[in-house]
Write a protein that binds this ligand. Sequence first.
Ligand code: HEM
Length: 368
Amino acid sequence: MAAGTVTATELRAPEGFWRRTWAVIDERLGLSGLAYPVPAHANGIGYILGGISFFGFLILAATGVWLAQFYHPDPGGARESIAYVMNVAPFGDVVRGVHFWVANLVMATVLLHMGRVFVTGSYKRPREANWLIGVGLLGITLGLIFTGSVLKWDQEGYEALQHNIEVANLLGAFGFWFSPEFAATLPIIGRLYMAHVVILPALGTLLLIAHFLLVKRHGISPLPAVADAAVEGGPAPEKGGSTFAAHVIRMTGFGLLILAGTALLSLVWGAPLGDRPNPAIEVTKPWWMFLPFYPFEDWFGLSALLWAPAILIGGLILVPFVDRSPWRSPARRKRIVAVFAIVVIALVALAIYALVTPPAAHVMEAAG
Ligand code: HEM
């Protein structure tokens, strides 16, 4: 029989059917190309946090499209349209709950991913540029959460917007886009909505494409001890052990778990919606990721909202340029790891302090 000819038994066999179906699909889509080798440690939890964050963004995009069918970006109707989503729209309360919880989770996994990259020294040559792209992605994640929190137009969202406007004033001419005066034709909530659903996702997608292309180009960084041994003349780090396809399957598994977990959570504990905004009071605190900056506002006034994050972001940008030794293991990078630990502990302590102290009127105080 000629090579490649399919026998009658094979034609009937289910495995033969599935094998041929796969071959037909693969010939056209090249899916088996995704089974390229990656090191086994890429599937460990520390090295899959970026992938989990990515899956989280996919869930946010899907649930966000559903919410956008009902949301009305106007000061007169925004909060009411969200109440409609929660009480009337099909699956609205669960979809909104998943959007809310996944946003919080993605923030946590992005921070943990950055922490892993830092502790394992994976920002070092040749991955410095990807660290900087990551800092951009961190900014976009924070921007998405900030704009999202304003959109619900309750007391907390309204107060967040007042902070946004104060920062615009502090930035002077550079703050024009953040100022309500920029467009007399559209309330600022309309532009923040556009930032939330178009500008930030588009920028984020571009940065993610660059991020992933560079991960593919450089490969995932070797484990620190292995990388250090190679610097000392030991064996080169392994390139195989697993495949990218296995990595994607694992990432999808974690992603689906998150989806199921947040859907269950939403049934018990839905996303909050506060009272209609009352411009005469200032009583709320920001979301947890912004809390570390809240005490600075108490101590130094609203200008701290500019310089405190700027120092932090500036410090992150400098990391690959300051730590230039070839070593990856934290034990060989004690000084920079200690600085990182101190900054993390300080940020957590500031957030806890902000949580337990009574809310203060920062914007109204500045205006008065
Ligand atoms: C929107 C958020 C982000 C997503 C979805 C994302 C996604 C990913 C993915 C999938 C990888 C491959 C390996 C892994 O998962 O660890 C990766 C690697 C990397 N990421 Fe991110 N990332 C994000 C944010 C960041 C941030 C905030 C930083 C640092 C400031 C960063 C720096 C890096 C670096 C340097 C690598 C290469 C690490 C290595 O080879 O070990 N990323 N990222």
